[in-house]
Design a protein around this ligand. Structure first.
Ligand SMILES: Cc1cc2nc3c(=O)[nH]c(=O)nc-3n(C[C@H](O)[C@H](O)[C@H](O)COP(=O)(O)OP(=O)(O)OC[C@H]3O[C@@H](n4cnc5c(N)ncnc54)[C@H](O)[C@@H]3O)c2cc1C
Ligand SMILES: NC(=O)c1ccc[n+]([C@@H]2O[C@H](COP(=O)([O-])OP(=O)(O)OC[C@H]3O[C@@H](n4cnc5c(N)ncnc54)[C@H](O)[C@@H]3O)[C@@H](O)[C@H]2O)c1
Length: 474
């Protein structure tokens, strides 16, 4: 039984960006909350994913920008040691004190240790030294335990102890020869970052025929071209048949299905992620889950009928992106507060309507891939009457002033029946911040005839909007 002090309105398991946000919103709604974390408050995103990966990528992007501009000269190769030192600063040297402080300021109670459900509305926290502490929730338990890297069952791979995002983003010695398995955002971003920082021989093994297969096809093609131009060896349609690493930490050899062998100093796996549902006590409430914890639009798990268990962020498998997880967490914290306070729980802000439309995402490669909504393929599969328009980003005046050789491609996917945007993709350097204009157009379903009056300033790259709409016939 929990102490009187250990009874809260809401207990959140996992203090990644998503769990912390869910607690903050619940407290804002007048509730009390406890947040449990076994590792670092701030989660994978802050210490081993979004933040350090971008710290490692940005110098490469900036160097490319400088190279495009006649009259500017990079004074030498990228100084890897300085980039790694800066990376360490961006992850607060893996000290989570600032996040714990912010949680306590909500105010919420921070509990360090491994959290597990221990029956309905109850969680146990196991921590070294402090034994087991039982937390009881009056209204809800929120599972925000995130995800773990998937290691494909390839012969010898697990035994070779490959790098995952953790080792890649916390790299201290950049391997000279690197083999990467995968073709998604992790593989693409990390192979380009490490290549730019000294992995001279980088080989990317792609099972399929494209990088970034969930994006518009031209996006992966443009990134692959850029990889090849910079000296990264991308091999499509290649499967790994065997991995050998006779000496732990020593050289590794990868054999592929065409009979080739690649010798490397390190192997990195970016082959997707698996929801963190192991050892969180689901069996204590009668659930057997071997995959994402599925939820309804209010983030309540669909597997329980009595409605006190919520799941947000990577663990629910909707969109494995920090901003989408935090959006879900805002919905979740607010809806729990509404239900606890007995106020209407069906206001528009209390349902997730953004995940299904296609989340905004930027893959921070050179060139960046910025996309939102449905791709053409997905829109057609979903049964829309689709028309698309494309335009070369390098052909707008705003691109010309960005230097010599600033090129790119943009595409809009239009629902012809309603004349609204279903999706947009921009592939070009430094386009990330432009994506939000497309996110607004897609999510607010702005009619194209209205969008036509949103005049982009001259001479900026955002003039691409005008060209695309002209291409459409406006
Ligand atoms: C290399 C890489 C780069 C990425 N870059 C981006 C990017 O640029 N932009 C973007 O939007 N997304 C990016 N992502 C995805 C992003 O990292 C995740 O979507 C995000 O971290 C999910 O947040 P979360 O809070 O759900 O999970 P996490 O960040 O994984 O946090 C979960 C927390 O729960 C804790 N926990 C787990 N189980 C327990 C337990 N039983 N008890 C107590 N605590 C527990 C964990 O220790 C962890 O701190 C990237 C991912 C990777 C791998
Ligand atoms: N900038 C960003 O927004 C960003 C950056 C990194 C990661 N993320 C997110 O994190 C999540 C994880 O990213 P990810 O790239 O690891 O996963 P992913 O699911 O996007 O891609 C996995 C890749 O691994 C390949 N793969 C899977 N099994 C394989 C096997 N046995 N052999 C060879 N290849 C195999 C797949 O074909 C695919 O190309 C994604 O949802 C991603 O969107 C986002």
């Amino acid at each position: 039984m929990a102490d009187e002090d250990d009874i809260f309105d809401v207990v959140v398991i996992g203090a990644g960006p998503v769990g912390v946000t869910a607690a903050a919103r619940a407290v804002r709604g007048g509730l009390t909350a406890a947040v449990v974390e076994e590792r670092l408050a701030g989660g994978e995103c802050e210490y081993y994913a979004c933040v350090p990966s971008k710290a490692l990528l940005w110098p490469m992007e900036l160097a490319a920008e400088v190279e495009r501009m006649p009259g500017l000269h990079l004074r030498g190769p990228i100084d890897t040691a300085e980039v790694l030192a800066r990376r360490d600063e961006t992850v607060s040297h893996r000290d989570d004190g600032h996040v714990v402080n912010s949680i306590e300021k909500f105010p919420a109670t921070f509990v360090r240790g491994h959290g597990r459900l221990a029956g309905p509305l109850q969680a146990e926290v196991v921590s070294a030294g402090n034994g087991i502490r039982t937390l009881r929730a009056r209204h809800a338990v929120v599972v925000a335990t995130g995800s773990k890297p998937a290691i494909p069952a390839l012969p010898g791979l697990a035994e070779a102890r490959p790098w995952t995002n953790r080792e890649a983003t916390s790299v201290q010695q950049v391997p000279k020869r690197l083999v990467v398995i995968g073709a998604g955002p992790v593989a693409c971003e990390m192979s380009q970052a490490l290549h730019s920082l000294g992995a001279q021989e980088t080989t990317v093994l792609v099972r399929g025929e494209r990088l970034l297969a969930r994006a518009e096809p031209f996006a992966g093609d443009m990134v692959a071209r850029s990889f090849r131009e910079s000296g990264i060896d991308v091999r499509f349609g290649r499967s790994v048949v065997r991995v050998e690493r006779p000496v732990p930490g020593g050289p590794v050899t990868v054999h592929t299905d065409d009979g080739a062998r690649i010798d490397a100093d390190e192997i990195l796996v970016g082959a997707g992620r698996w929801p963190a549902v192991d050892d969180i006590g689901l069996e204590t409430i009668g659930l057997r889950v071997d995959g994402p914890l599925e939820v309804d639009a209010s983030m309540r798990t669909t597997a329980l009928t009595d409605g006190w268990l919520y799941a947000v962020g990577d663990v629910n498998g909707r969109n494995l992106l920090t901003h989408m997880g935090k959006y879900q967490a805002r919905v979740c914290g607010d809806v729990i507060a509404a239900r606890a306070n007995g106020t209407p729980d069906d206001a528009p802000g209390l349902r997730d309507t953004a995940d299904d439309r296609g989340a905004p995402q930027v893959v921070f490669t050179e060139p960046q891939v910025s996309m939102v909504g449905r791709t053409e393929a997905r829109a057609r599969a979903d049964g829309f009457t689709v028309r698309t328009v494309e335009y070369d980003i390098g052909d707008v005046t705003g691109a010309a002033v960005r230097g010599v050789g600033y090129t790119g491609r943009a595409k809009l996917v239009v629902d012809e029946d309603r004349r609204v945007l279903l999706g947009a993709t921009f592939v070009a350097p430094d386009m990330a911040d432009m994506l939000h204009s497309a996110t607004i157009a897609v999510n607010a379903e702005v009619p194209l005839d209205r969008l036509w009056h949103a005049v982009p300033p001259f001479p900026t790259v955002s003039e691409i909007w005008l060209r695309l709409l002209e291409q459409y016939g406006l």
